[in-house]
Every structure is written in structure tokens, then in C-alpha cells.
Design a protein around this ligand. Sequence first.
Ligand code: B16
Ligand code: MG
Length: 214
Amino acid sequence: MITTKACLFDLDGVIVDTAVYHFQAWRRLANELGFDFTEHQNEQLKGISRMESLDLILKWGNVTLSEEEKIEWATRKNAWYLELVQQMTPNEVLKGVPEFLRSLRANGIKIALGSASKNSRLILEKIKMIEFFDVIIDGNDLTRGKPDPQVFLLGAEATGCKPANCVVFEDALAGVQAGKAGGMKVIGVGDAKILHEADFVIKGFEEMTIERLF
Ligand code: B16
Ligand code: MG
């Protein structure tokens, strides 16, 4: 018997790897402010909001800005990021994702996005995945970031499914914690050591089947 009614997907690191583009744009911002940071530090920015990311980067560079200046720099960074997003293609969709989403569809399971990004619709359009999603909850709908469960609770509600009947797919620890705090089953995508709070972890969607949802 099918008990899962909806699957909720994070975007960056689960459907497509936008982290590489965020890194390029944030690095350009840091360089213009006179410092640099590493790809290793960039890992800490995964899954957190634009303004939280900026605060962390400014801390690394020991730079203090007024609230107004912060908004100006975040807007600049987003424009650089969007230049990169404009060039994205469907080839960038992570392996096994379209096949798994198609099997969810075939089994009558709802598909929702739960992302911190305010650019999620544009990205899904560029990679031609938007049609798969019954529901999109993203940074434009949120007042609280992951690990707060708001993003996934809104997603569950919009699909009409109880949290206990939802499965979350996440690549960031804060996102795994958000799903668990929402009372959902969470499948980590990536490194099992980092995502140890998930119910189980897959390396990629080639490993995923409908049977593993239950
Ligand atoms: P934007 P996710 C997150 O996406 C990214 O992982 C994170 O690095 C980024 O700061 C955040 O979106 C906000 O993105 O600047 O486009 O609004 O993993 O929640 O899908
Ligand atoms: Mg992510």
C-alpha cells in the first residue's frame, strides 16, 4: 500500500548544482571588496539564504557594511549569479532525477520544491524541469530559513498531504534538520557522514526507487 503522498525536493544540490555559480558570484563580490575565500568555505553557504550567506562572507573578510550597503552588494551578487543562470541548460539536471520524478508521477505521488532560493522558478525553467512540480515553495515565500521546518511544512500543506506522508530530499545538514523538525522522513543526497541525521543517504538518484520511499 502506498503511504507516501508527496515528495519534497530541495533545489541546489538535489535537482541541479547551482552551488558552483553561487561560488563564482560570491567570490567576485569578495574580490571586489578586497579579499578571497575557498571552495571549502563555500560549503557552509549551501542551503542558507542570500543575506545569511553575505553576513558569513563579510565575517570571513573582516568587512563591516551598513544595512543599505549590504542590500546593494547582495543585489550586485544576484545580478552576476543570474548572468550565469541564464546560460544553464537541461544537461545540468543531476543524474537520475528526471527518471525518478517520472516514476513518482506514474505512481500518483505529488512533487513539491522546497528551496531557500528566490531564483528557483527561473532555474527550473532554464533546466526544463518546472513542469514536473505540482507545488513550488521557495525563498520568496519564507520568513524563516532552514533548519526551521517552514519551507517543508508549507510544501506539505500546499500538496494537501500530512507531514507524516511526505518524504524530503536534501543535500544540506540544515535542510535535513528542517525536514526532521517538520515530522517528515528525510533522504539525504550526498555525503552520509555530513547528513547522518537523515533516515538514509543516497549518493545520487540512480540509486533511488519508489520502494525505498516506504
Ligand atoms: P538565492 P537550496 C539555496 O538553495 C542555496 O543552496 C544557497 O547557497 C543560496 O544562498 C540560497 O539558495 C539562496 O539563493 O540567492 O538564489 O535566493 O539548496 O535551498 O535550493
Ligand atoms: Mg541544497
